[in-house]
Structure formats: C-alpha cells, structure tokens
Design a protein around this ligand. Structure first.
Ligand code: GLU
Length: 478
C-alpha cells in the first residue's frame, strides 16, 4: 500500500500504478472496507512464460503473459495483444481495466489480459501461427484457458485469424468438449463467431458519444450543441477500433477532420473519406502520400488541432503532461485503453475537458464478446427461433390495419415493419442498450455527489460498487 502521507508524483506512475491511482481516487466514494478494496485491486494470477520458436534456421525465445486480474466472477475475460511494448506491468494494467470494464457494463466476467512481445507486422504469418498455437498450448497446460476458465479475444495486433488459431489449438487439445467453441471470442463467423463483433468497440464508442452528446446541460457546460451532427472529430489510430469508430461516427453526421497514424496524419477540414483512406493505408501500409487533404508528418501534433471530440484509439499513454496543455478538444473519448495519463488528466480536467473513460467507452468489444460466448454456450444463432414468427405476426397486424381502415400500407413500409430481428440487429440493439444504461449509471452517480467528481472517478466507483456487492453476496466479507 502506498503511504498516504507521501504525495504521489503523477509523472512517475507506471501504467498499472496509474490504474491503481484511478481506483484509489474512486474508492472513498464506495464505502467499501479497506480489506475488500485491497482484494478488488490486486492481481489474482500472473502467468509469465518463455518458449522457443523457430525463425527459419534460428530459434528465438518468446516472452509472453496471461494475467487474470480478478476471479470474483468466472470465467475471466480479456484480449491478447501482440506488440514489442508488451511487459508484465502493461498486461497487469490492461487486465485490471478489464475487471472494472466488465463490472461497469454488467458483463459477468472477471478481468484478464494476455500479451506476446512480438511485432506482428515484422513476423511472417507462418511464424505468427506457430507462436499463437504454442502460446495457446502453454495456456492449456496451466489451465489458463477454457469457456469456464479464461476466454481470450482480440486486442492490439490480433484479430479473427489469431482467434481461429487459438480455437483450433484448444479444441484439438480438448476433444469432445461440448462448449469448446466458447474458449475464445472474436472468432470468424464461420468458426462460430458473431455478427458485429469486429466493429463492436467502435460502434459502442459511437453509441456512447451519441448518448453523451444528447444532454443539453452537459453540452452547454463545455460550450457545445447537442447531437453528433456536425461535430469535428479527430481520431488517433486507424486500426480496428479507430477505423470503425471513424466510419460509424461519420454516418451519424460528424465530420472526421483528422486521422493520426504512427507515421503521419491526414487532415481535411471538409471531412475525410474514411473508407478511401483506409483502403489506401491497407495497400501502401502507410498514410504517407495520400492524395486528398493534407498529410502532416508530425502525427502527434494532429492531436492538438482545434476540434470538438478527440478519440485516441491506439495505445496507452498518448496524452501526457507534455502535450495535454496544447490539446484543444472539448471531449476526449478513450477508445484505447489508458491513452490519458493521470498527470495529463489533471491538466485537462482543470481546462474543463470532458474525459470519457476507457472502462466505459471502449466496453462495446467485450460486451459483444459476451454475446458471442452466450451464443457458443447455447449452440444457436440469435434470432433463429423467433425471426420468422415475428415476421408472420407483424404481417397479420398490418393486414388487420388494412382491413379495419380500408387503406393499403405501402410495400416499402410493410417490408421495414415486418422485418424480424437478425443476429446483427439483436447484437447492435443489445450493445446500444448496454452503452446507454452504463452511461446513465455513471452520469447519475456523478450528479448525486455534491462535490465535483469527474466521469472516470464516477465510472470506477460504480464499477467497484458492483464488484463489492458480488463479494458481499458470496459472504467472503462481513
Ligand atoms: N480487447 C478488448 C478490450 O480491451 C476486448 C476484450 C474481449 O472482448 O474480451 O476490451
């Protein structure tokens, strides 16, 4: 435990210390006893592994991790990232964020995270497959994976392909396990994945922002009008989360004026054509040389441009005490995990910036992972049982209306009215509801406190309270 009498130097906090710092800031608002707070905050299991992998004629030792932060609910859940930045502190921080995120949005999992210290861009698909399968085997050996134990998912540097390798390795090692497909989420549709999982984090960010921007008083406080229409947005990162966030927010009428990537940023006051830029980046592996708008070589400076909403959707610790004084956004939406450091947060809050915390705004990914896991355990696609029935039922209603009124309902109208819910409709509806409900909880908690608390502190407090209640229900704490 840190000595409460020694002032904390926010600039020196590691990533996992930063998460603990946010936790400690919220703890007094929960009324939980210290012993319980200590139990909630601590990492339950840390598995560090080193294994050899062949790179052509050479053998390299790979460093990898799986951290299960909290076993208060099982299975534990969280992505696996492939990056050269991976170390134990990072994985611990990310696992802890998963615990608070899941509790906040009522997804019944403990938090976990995995990481492999490799550069996916500089590793051939064959070697990536070997590493992924070997990592999964190590997890199986130590009972660190399984539909009721710990369920990985995609994160930075991983996607459907890696999840398919994990699944295949797991089911091979566990023949006949009826729920084996629930050992990992974010799988391809053909491998029992779910529609809407790929874009879920980005879609969740937009659903949340749409809700946040609908409150007149809150918007007035930061000098903005309600609604996403016409808002000027900057997105950092054109990976899975950044791309879908930018694409979907543009559909809501917002104008994405800048996209910052690692090797340069694109700026266009008229709004960037997201799909066009994404295609270019996929082909050229860079945004450099993109013909439309202006390319800014110093990509970090793009975060400091005038805008309404800044969405960091790449890695942690992108907004620090160094660039925070120059940030002009009114809202920062943390689509990435941990993009704003505590030192930066202090500066930004003083300037009146509304910071929407990661544990809430990027929870859409794990929410739809939960739906995927439910689908795997129930062995049936959402909507399969009721779609046709709904359509027949609705058609009957329309016929009745026509009979009673003597009028004919136009064909196009009938089609949209009778449409029974497909899997994607149900997933998106569940996701939207989750984001709206969670934001209302956070907002109300914040409003109820007479003392001014920020949204992150409110989000952490709501989350800690939910975990506290599940410990109380288990009778572990008096
Ligand atoms: N990696 C994502 C996150 O940080 C998703 C985790 C999951 O779906 O389990 O929330």
């Amino acid at each position: 435990m840190p000595d409460k009498n020694i002032p904390i130097d926010l600039k020196k906090l590691s990533f996992s210390d930063s998460v603990s710092y946010y936790f400690d800031k919220a703890a007094p608002f929960t009324g939980a006893p210290q012993g319980l707070l200590d139990q909630i905050k601590t990492c339950n299991s840390i598995y560090k592994m080193n294994f050899p992998v062949k790179y052509g004629n050479e053998v390299r030792v790979i460093e990898a991790y799986r951290v299960q932060h909290s076993h208060h609910r099982m299975p534990t859940k969280g992505g696996i990232r492939y990056s050269m930045q991976v170390d134990q502190d990072e994985v611990m921080a990310l696992a802890a964020l998963m615990t608070y995120k899941c509790a906040l949005v009522d997804v019944p999992f403990g938090g976990a995270k995995g990481g492999i210290k490799i550069s996916p861009r500089q590793t051939s698909p064959e070697i990536l497959e070997n590493i992924t399968r070997r990592y999964t085997t190590e997890l199986v050996k130590k009972n660190f994976i399984g539909p009721g134990i710990d369920v990985p998912a995609p994160d930075y540097g991983t996607g459907e392909r890696e999840m398919a390798w994990i699944l295949d390795t797991y089911v091979t090692l566990n023949p006949g396990e009826i729920n084996g497909y629930g050992c990992v989420t974010g799988k391809p549709i053909s491998q029992n994945g779910i529609h809407g999982r790929t874009e879920a984090t980005g879609r969740g960010v937009v659903y949340a922002l749409n809700e946040i921007c609908s409150f007149k008083d809150d918007m007035k406080d930061i000098g903005l009008e309600t609604g996403l229409e016409g808002k000027r947005v900057i997105v950092q990162g054109l990976g899975n989360v950044g791309y879908h966030t930018a694409r979907i927010i543009a559909k809501y009428g917002a104008k994405v004026i800048a996209i910052a990537e690692a090797d340069g940023a694109v700026y266009d006051e008229n709004g960037i054509d997201i799909d066009d830029l994404y295609k270019y980046r996929q082909e050229k592996k860079s945004v450099k040389g993109y013909g439309k708008g202006k390319v800014i070589a110093d990509s970090a400076s793009a975060l400091e441009l005038e805008c309404d909403i800044l969405i960091p959707a790449a890695l942690e610790r992108q907004i620090t005490e160094k660039n925070a004084p120059r940030i002009k956004a009114k809202i920062i939406a943390e689509a990435a995990n941990g993009p704003v450091t505590p030192a930066a947060e202090k500066i930004l809050l003083k300037k009146g910036v509304m910071i929407i915390p990661d544990i809430f705004i990027n929870a859409g990914g794990v929410t739809v992972s939960y739906f995927e896991w439910l689908k795997n355990l129930s062995h049936v696609r959402f909507g399969r049982m009721q779609k046709r029935w709904e359509e027949k039922h609705q058609t009957g209603f329309i016929k009745l209306v026509e009979e009673l009124t003597g009028k004919t309902v136009p064909k196009a109208r009938i089609e949209s009215l009778i449409h029974g819910a497909d899997e994607i409709d149900l997933v998106n509806s569940g996701l939207e509801d989750t984001m709206i409900e969670a934001y209302r909880d956070i907002r109300e908690f914040k409003k109820r406190r007479k003392s001014e608390i920020d949204l992150r502190t409110a989000a952490f407090a709501v989350s800690i309270n939910k975990i506290k209640n599940s410990y109380y229900a288990m009778g572990i704490f008096p």
